[in-house]
Design a protein around this ligand. Structure first.
Ligand code: PLP
Ligand code: COI
Length: 339
């Protein structure tokens, strides 16, 4: 891998050597198997294909200056996948199996972990699907859990550079009491048309408002939203957004920096009062937002600072990256070492 162009990695799929898999059959999980195939053999009536019994996770591993491999907060992803599985009636993956599978998939593919200092990482994608055959609308009796990995660069192509996004009122990615708080494929299918529309119009992503009243801010594409005002980190609380592990981490880091943190419904009208706004997530890390365009009202909301990331977003970004890379201490035990 010495000749690999780590600096120009995009957020895409690169083949690695191995993935790990296990089936849930007759009420229990089997042994974790190592596979070198990128394919699965699936029944044509598997519930994941017909009734959307599909969940996934996203987390990252980093190589430090000390060459140690660090996985960020896999226990939180395990918990979220557990909740998601219960939410759509799938067999849930116990936390210790989830962690074992994640660590195994990383340790089998260490040569694909980008070296320190390239702004890249190893993206880890746990996947849980209903593999059992059903034709009636009901949960499968068999499930497949896979973890694969792939080296990635930043999600938005310019990395830590402000992007422009577009309000999409004509679409909802999730229903008010639907599956927005779970990481299921159906939410992403529901978001594709609006994301394509936003991209087609030259925007990086779509800003979704709450699906019930369209009064509050929900999420920014595949990432949570935050705003900074008067030394306060403000982020939406909503039943239709995914509880972001990055966002929870940033809320803690903001508190440590002496900021106030508010997690509450955020009125769309408040946008004009924010000094800085950003999108945050595993893939997006922090992506500062320069401009939010609202095509329905022709309003444009602009934020700090002349196309550069704002000072608070920059401090939060640097702190998070420093913990993930091992450059700074990890007071909350977020980092797990992989042998
Ligand atoms: N919101 C959505 C819809 C996402 O797809 C993601 C990505 O996982 C996030 C938020 C951010 O969550 P996390 O920080 O746990 O990656
Ligand atoms: C993540 O940030 O891990 C995501 O899942 C976002 C997207 C690639 C779906």
């Amino acid at each position: 891998m010495d000749t690999f162009d780590w600096k120009n990695l995009s957020f895409g799929y690169v083949k690695t050597d191995y993935n790990v898999r296990t089936y849930h059959r007759n009420g229990q999980w089997g042994e974790l198997e190592i596979s070198s195939s990128e394919y699965i053999n699936l029944h044509i009536a598997a519930t994941c294909l017909h009734y959307g019994q599909e969940a996934f996770e996203g987390l990252k591993a980093f190589k430090g200056k000390d060459n140690k491999i660090r996985v960020f907060r896999s226990d939180s992803n395990a918990k979220r996948m557990f909740d998601t599985a219960e939410g759509i009636e799938m067999a849930s993956v116990p936390g210790d199996l989830f962690k074992k599978a994640v660590h195994k998939a990383v340790s089998l593919n260490t040569k694909y972990i980008p070296p320190y200092g390239h702004g890249a990482s190893l993206y880890i994608r746990p996947l849980l699907i209903g593999s059992g055959a059903e034709v009636g609308v009901k949960p499968a009796k068999e499930y497949l859990f896979i973890v694969f990995v792939t080296p990635v660069g930043t999600y938005f192509k310019d990395g830590f550079k402000p992007v422009d996004i577009m309000v999409c009122r004509g679409f909802d990615r999730a229903a008010p009491l639907g599956t927005g708080c779970y990481k299921v494929g159906g939410n992403y299918a529901a978001s594709l048309a609006s994301l394509e529309l936003a991209h087609h119009k030259g925007f990086s992503t779509a800003l979704y408002l709450d699906p019930k009243e369209k009064k509050y801010i929900d999420e920014a594409g595949p990432a949570n939203f935050f705003g900074i005002r008067d030394n306060t980190y403000i982020t939406p609380e909503s039943k239709s957004i995914l509880p972001s592990i990055t966002n929870m981490s940033l809320q803690q880091l903001a508190k440590d920096m002496g900021m106030k943190v508010e997690r509450r419904p955020v009125l769309f009208e408040e946008l004009s009062s924010f000094e800085e706004v950003g999108a945050c997530g595993t893939a997006a890390v922090i992506t500062p937002i320069r401009k939010i365009v609202d095509p329905d009202t022709n309003k444009i909301y602009e934020f700090c600072c002349d196309g550069k990331p704002g000072p608070v977003s920059t401090r939060l970004y640097n702190k998070l990256m420093a913990i993930q890379n091992g450059d700074e201490s990890d007071p909350y035990g977020w980092v797990e070492f992989v042998d």
